[in-house]
Write a protein that binds this ligand. Structure first.
Ligand code: PEP
Ligand code: MG
Length: 869
C-alpha cells in the first residue's frame, strides 16, 4: 500500500484516506479546475507514524521524493533550485474539517539560496523575503514549537522603530533584516539553525503536521464535535501560488450562499496582496467579495462560474478558498460550507425547490442536533429602543446574549465554572481560545471578518458572535475595551446581538428565536418519513401549544404533580398529605379534583383528540411539604392545628431515602383515594370535552408510575377500573380509556410479560430506570459523573445518552417479553434520552413505537427518526 496519492489519482469519495481537503483537491483536479498541482499523504501514513510503526519515515520519504519529482516535471521547476525553485505548501486535512485546529506551512523550499532565485525570477525582492520570513515563522511555530509571539514581537518592534503602521510599508531590506532576526530566534530557542535542505524541511513539516493531530486544541475540538481520535490527518503538499505578489494578487474565502442567513448569492471576502492565512487568521479585515468585481471583473466572473460549477457538482453549498496570482485565479480548497442552523434549513429548502436534491436527501442533510439553534433567542424589540449602544461590528453568528466580559479564554472558563454567564472579548481569537469560546454566551472580536476564526467557530457551535468590531479598542493586557469615550473592564455586563452585529451596554431581556416557518417545512417532510411516533412531555397549556406547533403527535407524558405546585394548589396538597385519616382527606381532595379537572379540560381541548398519556402522582411527598417556619405556621392556622402538631406530622413523613421510598404507585397502595380522585378528574373532564365537541374521540391513557410487579399493577388497576365504573354509572355515559404503566424499575422490565397481562400500554421511564440500574442517584450523580468521564470509566453521562449495554439491554429484554404476549401493545419512552438523537437511534432499533420528549426537542427527534430508515 502506498502512503502518497497524487491529486490526479484520487476522488471525492476517498475522504477517509485523503482527508476532506485532499479528496476534494483530487476531485477538482479531475474536473480540470485551476488547482495547483500536488499530492496527498494519506491518513494511514499519519496513523502508522503516530503508532511508530517500523520504517514509516523511510518509505514515506521515498514516496514523497517520487511525487516531488513528478511535480517538478509538471511545473518545470526544481525543488531547491537556486535559480527557479519549486515551493510548496504543507497543509493538514482530516476527514472532517477542523478549522484552524491543525497546522499549515507555506513557502516551503525557501532557504538562503532559493530566496535569491525567487527574488530574481519574480523581480521582486520584497516579495521573496516576505515569503521567507513567513516560512520561518510558520515552520518555527509548527515544527519547532517556537512561540509565535517571539516572531510577532520582533516584527512589531521593527515596525515601530521605523515608524511603520502596516506590514505593507515594510520594504525588501526590512524583511531581509527581519529574516536574519528570525533565524537568530531559531538558533536561540532550538540551538540549531533553520534547516536549509528543502527535503529536510519537508520531512520535518510533514511529521509535525502528523503530530498536530494530537495537539490539545485538536483533541478538544474532536471531543466537542464527536470526531473519532482514530482517524488521523492527511497532509497535502501543493505547489505554491502567491496571493502576496503585489496589487494584482490576493487571497480569499467565499461561500456559494450565505452561511449565516442562507440567502442566495455568493458571500465572501478577500484581501489583496496577502497570503492564505491572513484571511482565516483575521489579522487584517478583508473586503467583501463583490468588490473584486470592481477591481478584477474577469477574475470575479471566472470565480462565479467555478463556484456555480462546484455547487452543482457537490449538490451543496460550498466554502471555497482561492488565491489570485497576477490576475490568475486558483482554487485551493472546496468543501461543504459550515453554516448556521438557519442557513442549513434555508439552503436545503432552496436546493429542493431548485430541483438539485430531493426532500429525502434534504432530510438526511440536516444534523438533528442543530435544530434547537433555529429557535435562537432575540432581544425584546421594545427593550432595544432604550438600550445604550456600545459598538457595532459584523453579524458573524446569530443569537442574543447578555453576560460579563472577559478578555482571555482562561478567565472566561474560570468565571463560567463559577456559574457566571460570560462573554469573551478579544482582538481576535485563535484555536488556543477554544475552551474559553465553548463556555461563552457570546464572542466579540475587534478584528477579523465573517470568515475569521471567531466567526467560523462560533457559527459552528451556535454561539452568538460579533466579529471585526473595529469601533472597539481591545487592550488584552490592561483588560479593557474602549469604544468612543466608554471604557469597559473585566466583569462589566454587555449584551451582544449576533444577528445585527450590535453590542449594547448592560443586560437586555430576550425572547426565543422565531424561525418556526423553516423548521415546519422540514419537519413536515420528515414526518412523512418517520416510522415511529414523537410525542411531548408537557402539561402546561404553553408547553402543549409549543409541542403541537413543533410537530408532536400527542402528549406522551403529562406529569400531574407539576400541576400541584401553584400557590393555592400546593396548600391544598399539603393539607391532603398531612391528613391523618380518610375524613380529613375528603375536603382537600375534592378541591384538588376541581383544579385537575380544569387542567385536563384545557389539555383535551388543546389536543383535539390527539393521544394523551397522563401519569398519576409520582414524586416523594416530601417535595410538597412546607419548608419554612412561615409556611408551617400558615398551614397550622389553616388546619386548626398547632405548629408542633404539623412539625410532628412532617417528622413522621420523613424518609431516609425518599426516591426509593413512599412514592409513585406506592402512595396509591397506602392511600388509593389520591389516584381515585385523579382518575375521576381525567374521566369526567374527558367526557365533558367530548360532549362539547361532538366529533371528538378522546381516549385518555392513564399511566401508573413506578410499578415493580404484576400484583401491584393488578391491584391498582382493579381499584381504578372500579372508580371509573362508578363515574360511568353516575353519568350514565361511558368513554374508552386505557390503563398502562411506566417501566422504571428493573424488576418490572424482567417481569414485563406478566405485567403486560394487566397493562394496556407501557412507557419506559429511563430516568428512574437508569438511576435504579446503575445505582446512580439522578440528583447526586452530577458530583461524580464528571470524574468518571475524565478517568474514562464512563464514556457518557447515562442520564443524557442511553447506556446501551446496561439499561438498553434491560429495555430490550422488556420489549421482547411484552411482544411475546402481545405483539401490538404500544411501548414508548418518556425519559430524557427520548429526546436525544443518539439514544433515539438505539431506541428505534429495539422496537419502541414512539418516543416522548420535551417540546423543543421534538423537531430534532422527528428528523433523527426520519433519517434512520
Ligand atoms: C423517568 O423516570 O424517566 C420519568 C419520565 O419520570 P420522572 O422523570 O418524572 O421520574
Ligand atoms: Mg420516573
Amino acid at each position: 500500500m502506498t502512503y502518497v496519492i497524487d491529486f490526479l489519482e484520487g476522488s471525492k469519495e476517498q475522504g477517509d484516506l485523503l482527508g476532506g481537503k485532499g479528496a476534494n483537491l483530487a476531485e477538482m483536479t479531475k474536473l480540470k479546475l485551476p488547482v495547483p498541482t500536488g499530492f496527498t499523504i494519506t491518513t494511514t501514513a499519519c496513523l502508522d507514524y503516530l503508532e511508530k510503526k517500523e520504517n514509516v519515515s523511510t518509505k514515506l520519504n521515498e514516496e514523497i521524493r517520487e511525487h516531488v519529482l513528478s511535480m517538478e516535471k509538471r511545473t518545470k521547476k526544481i525543488f531547491g533550485d537556486p535559480l527557479d525553485p519549486l515551493l510548496v505548501s504543507v497543509r493538514s486535512g482530516s476527514k472532517f474539517s477542523m478549522p484552524g485546529m491543525m497546522d499549515t506551512i507555506l513557502n516551503l523550499g525557501l532557504n538562503d539560496e532559493t530566496v535569491l532565485g525567487l527574488a530574481e525570477k519574480s523581480g521582486d525582492d520584497r516579495f521573496a523575503y516576505d515569503c521567507y520570513r513567513r516560512l520561518l515563522q510558520m515552520f518555527g511555530d509548527v515544527v519547532c514549537g517556537i512561540d509565535k509571539n517571539r516572531f510577532e514581537e520582533q516584527l512589531d518592534f521593527y515596525k515601530s522603530k521605523n515608524k511603520y503602521l502596516l506590514d505593507t510599508e515594510m520594504q525588501a531590506e526590512d524583511w531581509q533584516e527581519l529574516v536574519a532576526v528570525y533565524k537568530d530566534i531559531f538558533l536561540e530557542v532550538t540551538h540549531q539553525a533553520f534547516p536549509q535542505d528543502p527535503y529536510e524541511q519537508l520531512t520535518l513539516a510533514v511529521e509535525a503536521v502528523f503530530r498536530s493531530w494530537n495537539n490539545r486544541r485538536a483533541i478538544t475540538y474532536r471531543r466537542l464535535h464527536d470526531i473519532s481520535d482514530t482517524l488521523g490527518t492527511a497532509v497535502n503538499i501543493q505547489e505554491m501560488v502567491f496571493g502576496n505578489f503585489g496589487a494584482d494578487s490576493g487571497t480569499g474565502v467565499a461561500f456559494t450562499r450565505n452561511p449565516a442567513t442562507g440567502d442566495k448569492g455568493i458571500f465572501g471576502e478577500f484581501l489583496l496582496n496577502a497570503q492564505g492565512e491572513d484571511v482565516v487568521a483575521g489579522i487584517r479585515t478583508p473586503q467583501p467579495i463583490s468588490e473584486l468585481n470592481v477591481l478584477m471583473p474577469e477574475v470575479y466572473q471566472e470565480f462565479l462560474r467555478l463556484s456555480h460549477l462546484l455547487e452543482s457538482h457537490y449538490k451543496d453549498m460550498q466554502d471555497i478558498e482561492f488565491t489570485i496570482e497576477n490576475r490568475k485565479l486558483y482554487l485551493l480548497q472546496t468543501r461543504n460550507g459550515k453554516r448556521t442552523a438557519k442557513s442549513a434549513f434555508k439552503v436545503c429548502i432552496q436546493l429542493v425547490e431548485e430541483g438539485i436534491i430531493s426532500k429525502k436527501e434534504a432530510i438526511q442533510r440536516i444534523n438533528p442536533t442543530i435544530v434547537t439553534q433555529l429557535l435562537h433567542p432575540v432581544f425584546e424589540p421594545d427593550q432595544l429602543n432604550h438600550a445604550e449602544l456600545f459598538a457595532k461590528g459584523l453579524p458573524a453568528s446569530p443569537g442574543a446574549a447578555s453576560g460579563k466580559i472577559y478578555f482571555t479564554a482562561e478567565q472566561a472558563k474560570k468565571a463560567s465554572e463559577l456559574g457566571e454567564k460570560v462573554i469573551l472579548i478579544r482582538q481576535e481569537t485563535s484555536p488556543e481560545d477554544i475552551e474559553g469560546m465553548v463556555v461563552s454566551e457570546a464572542i466579540v472580536t475587534s478584528r477579523g471578518g465573517m470568515t475569521s476564526h471567531a466567526a467560523v467557530v462560533a457559527r459552528g457551535m451556535g454561539v452568538c458572535c460579533v466579529a471585526g468590531c473595529e469601533d472597539i479598542y481591545v487592550d488584552e493586557f490592561l483588560e479593557q475595551a474602549t469604544a468612543g469615550d466608554i471604557t469597559l473592564h473585566q466583569g462589566d455586563i454587555i449584551s451582544v446581538d449576533g444577528t445585527t452585529g450590535t453590542i449594547y451596554l448592560g443586560s437586555i431581556p430576550y425572547v426565543e428565536g422565531d424561525e418556526w416557518q423553516l423548521l415546519e417545512t422540514i419537519t413536515d417532510w420528515a414526518k412523512e418519513e418517520a416510522s415511529i411516533g414523537v410525542k411531548a412531555n408537557a402539561e402546561t397549556p404553553k408547553d402543549i401549544k409549543t409541542a403541537l406547533k413543533l410537530g408532536a403527535q400527542g402528549i406522551g407524558l403529562a406529569r400531574t404533580e407539576h400541576m400541584f405546585f401553584g400557590e393555592e394548589r400546593i396548600f391544598e396538597m399539603r393539607k391532603m398529605i398531612l391528613a391523618e385519616n380518610e375524613e380529613s382527606l375528603i375536603a382537600p381532595l375534592s378541591l384538588l379534583k376541581e383544579f385537575q379537572k380544569d387542567d385536563f379540560r384545557t389539555m383535551f381541548t388543546l389536543l383535539k383528540g390527539k393521544e394523551c398519556t397522563i401519569r398519576l402522582l409520582d414524586p416523594p411527598l416530601h417535595e410538597f411539604l412546607p419548608q419554612t417556619e412561615e409556611e408551617i405556621i400558615h398551614l397550622a392556622n389553616a388546619t386548626q392545628r398547632t405548629v408542633a402538631e404539623i412539625k410532628h406530622r412532617i417528622e413522621e413523613l420523613h424518609e431516609q431515602n425518599p426516591m426509593l421510598g413512599h412514592r409513585g404507585c406506592r402512595l396509591a397502595v397506602t392511600t388509593p383515594e389520591i389516584y381515585e380522585m385523579q382518575v375521576a378528574a381525567i374521566i369526567e373532564s374527558a367526557i365533558e370535552v367530548a360532549q362539547k365537541a361532538k366529533d371528538l374521540r378522546i381516549v385518555p391513557e392513564i399511566m401508573i408510575p413506578l410499578i415493580g410487579s404484576q400484583e401491584e399493577m393488578h391491584w391498582l388497576r382493579e381499584r381504578l377500573v372500579q372508580a371509573i365504573q362508578k363515574i360511568f354509572d353516575e353519568k350514565k355515559q361511558t368513554i374508552s380509556y386505557k390503563i398502562g404503566t411506566m417501566l422504571e424499575i428493573p424488576r418490572a422490565c424482567l417481569t414485563a410479560e406478566k405485567i403486560a397481562t394487566v397493562a394496556d400500554f407501557f412507557s419506559f421511564g429511563t430516568n428512574d430506570l437508569t438511576q435504579l440500574t446503575y445505582g446512580f442517584s439522578r440528583d447526586d450523580s452530577v458530583k461524580f459523573i464528571g470524574a468518571y468521564q475524565e478517568k474514562q470509566l464512563l464514556k457518557e453521562d447515562p442520564f443524557q445518552h442511553i447506556d446501551e449495554e446496561g439499561v438498553g439491554a434491560l429495555m430490550k429484554i422488556a420489549v421482547d417479553k411484552i411482544r411475546s404476549v402481545d405483539p401490538t401493545i404500544k411501548i414508548g419512552v418518556c425519559g430524557e434520552v427520548g429526546g436525544d438523537p443518539q439514544s433515539i437511534r438505539f431506541l428505534k432499533k429495539i422496537g419502541v413505537d414512539y418516543i416522548s420528549c420535551s417540546p423543543y426537542r421534538i423537531p430534532s427527534a422527528i428528523l433523527t427518526i426520519a433519517q434512520e430508515q
